[in-house]
Design a protein around this ligand. Structure first.
Ligand code: SF4
Length: 376
């Protein structure tokens, strides 16, 4: 990711003094920090300063399970190893009973959150998706439902010819608790045309999240990196998120997602290196000064890199992640799930204090098999 002329120590010192004095970094600063000839560990140290000031020595995790109701998707993005055409032998649509069984398993395992995302199956009416939220929330009211990417929600609006706001209001009434950050990929239109040509665009993604925030929902934001994008496009992506966050304050965490090419139509690419992963985490911590949390999603980064990322700006490893399918279909070699003991041990070994959080970053306390949340 380096440019034509080499950066010098003075450039980094200038950015460091901005960080140390709490000044906002510019797009040019962000692009500089992505250059391979700018010392990664110096960038990491700066990111760690910001991380310490926002979150102290705490590193968060949660106990959660994923549910992907269907892998049939009309968009068939080139970056995706998870989706299938409806007639594919490996296509599936979960029944109500299967979903209830998954939620029961999550509740029995002490999960506080169900993370529900999947394909946009044009054969299923919007009502089918709405009923998933209603069914699971009414059966397991203590499980926080974090459901549907902006891409899915935009489809519900388009297919019903209703405004996004009206769809979200109905989802909230059915039990929706917050939005995940998926579907953002890279906002740049030219890259988007090459990796997910018919998927809704950046404006649509941002519109869904803006609307959710205005309705009081919190959400996360992702960025898929390590495919065809440049440092300029990564920085552009982050700054568009920073701008929306200035406007609404509704984002909780930024989640950089490392691209895994296996099984996708971009399988000829290599994906990002470990050093690129760390630099991306660190730069995101530095540019996204109005985000409270940067997540090192261990499923995507790999357990080892995610652990190191706790010293490069990240303050959250995500969760136990029971039944993750989307990254594993794309060749992620991480385990199917991690136990609480494993997550806590990774955090302690990194010199941090593990804290279990719920979906809204409230601390979770457990006693005698029961859990409660502590209001901030
Ligand atoms: Fe569908 Fe999402 Fe896969 Fe694109 S990335 S094909 S929208 S499931």
């Amino acid at each position: 990711m380096s440019g034509a002329t080499s950066a010098n120590g003075h450039d980094l010192e200038r950015v460091a003094s901005k960080v140390e004095s709490g000044q906002r970094l510019s797009a040019a600063d962000g692009e500089l920090l992505f250059r391979a000839d700018v010392d990664l560990h110096a960038v990491g140290r700066l990111a760690n300063l910001v991380r310490q000031s926002k979150n102290g020595n705490v590193a968060y995790y949660n106990i959660n399970a994923h549910l992907n109701p269907t892998n049939v998707c009309l968009y068939r993005c080139r970056l995706c190893a998870f989706s299938r055409d409806a007639e594919d032998d490996r296509a599936y649509v979960m029944s109500r009973d299967e979903m209830l069984a998954r939620a029961q398993e999550a509740a029995d395992a002490g999960c506080t959150e169900l993370h529900i995302v999947g394909g946009v199956d044009p054969r299923q009416p919007y009502q089918w998706y709405l009923d998933i939220v209603r069914l699971l929330h009414s059966a397991f009211p203590r499980l926080h439902i974090k459901a549907f990417t902006a891409v899915e929600l935009a489809w519900f609006a388009e297919s019903t010819r209703r405004p996004v706001r009206s769809i979200l209001e109905e989802m909230i009434a059915a039990g929706l608790g917050s939005l995940p950050g998926g579907g953002a990929e890279i906002f740049d239109a030219a890259v988007r045309r090459r990796i997910c040509p018919i998927k809704p665009d950046a404006q649509t993604w941002l519109h869904v999240h803006r609307t959710a925030h205005l309705l009081g929902l919190r959400s996360n934001a992702t960025m898929l990196y390590g495919h065809l994008e440049s440092a300029h496009e990564r920085v552009d992506h982050m700054l568009r998120l920073r701008q929306l966050q200035d406007e609404t304050g509704g984002f909780q965490a930024f989640v950089p997602l490392a691209f895994h090419p296996e099984g996708t139509q971009l399988a000829h690419l290599c994906g990002p290196s470990g050093l690129d992963d760390l630099r991306t985490v660190a730069v995101s911590r530095l540019l996204l000064d109005n985000f409270d949390h940067i997540k090192a999603y261990w499923v995507s980064l790999g357990v080892g890199t995610a652990q190191i990322a706790l010293a490069y700006g990240a303050d959250d490893l995500d969760g136990t992640v029971r039944h993750e399918a989307i990254h594993h279909e794309a060749g992620a070699e991480t385990p199917e799930m991690l136990s609480v003991a494993e997550l806590e041990s990774l955090i302690v070994e990194a010199g941090r204090q593990p804290v279990e959080r719920d979906s809204l970053y409230r601390r979770v306390q457990r006693q005698d098999g029961q859990w409660t949340v502590q209001e901030p």
